[in-house]
Design a protein around this ligand. Sequence first.
Ligand code: ADP
Ligand code: MG
Length: 260
Amino acid sequence: MTANPPHSDSTPELMIEARQLTRTFRTGGGPFKALKSVDFAVRRGEFVAITGPSGSGKSTLLHLLAGLDQPSGGELRFKGIRVDQDSARQWALRRRSQIGIVFQFFNLIDNLSVADNIEVPALLAGHRPRDARDRRTALLDALNLRDVANLAPARLSGGQQQRVALARALVNQPELLLADEPTGNLDSQAGREVMRVIREQRTPSQTIVIVTHDARVASQAGRVITMRDGRITGETEPGRDDEPRRTLTPIFDRERGGER
Ligand code: ADP
Ligand code: MG
């Protein structure tokens, strides 16, 4: 009996793996392939940006990674576990404690105060009330929201609202932070502030995937993936322009050599 060769200790752990992931929408004009066989992987602790023209499938892909939508085909793994067939309930539980999500248009709960918007997800995730309160206080301070803590979100500027949304997403210290155009509705100053908070609040093991049109946002990522017409068309590492472009396939070959 021959044992499989052990994985090397330096093999990075994969947070996300997508294999031949597709999403086809039914439309009045027939099926529309918004994602056409997407293969990619994100290692734990990576900061990845996804860019591409409007309509290229960026949000569709991010929604699949968040479990807010189901793929039409292919495989999706989260920390090595197949999740593409998981139920809405399984995904809701996963999002509650392991995945933070930020959208372009904030998605705050308007009849709750700023402070409660931040605290409620911690309570829902099962933290003790005292712990949830401590986390809320720490985030209000860190994100410079103390003065507006008791206001309704609608009273805040766009930049402030996005920082509340970020605090909500971070309150349970998610392993994976997903953001869809988080600066897309902000002026450049507020956008910079949001990115600063993302960088400052980040823990070494936290994985970040940001969809963005903004080259300045993308340049902060360790790896930039470009999409076009439902496919991944390129990949670069900002600040490492002299390096040859690496394709995505070797990650799979390395991590799971032998399989298929
Ligand atoms: P991006 O975020 O890159 O701008 P999207 O992922 O939102 O692009 O959309 C990709 C394509 O899929 C677009 O042509 C869009 O119109 C289409 N699309 C997205 N969602 C749906 C849907 N629910 N039904 C039909 N078509 C959709
Ligand atoms: Mg989009």
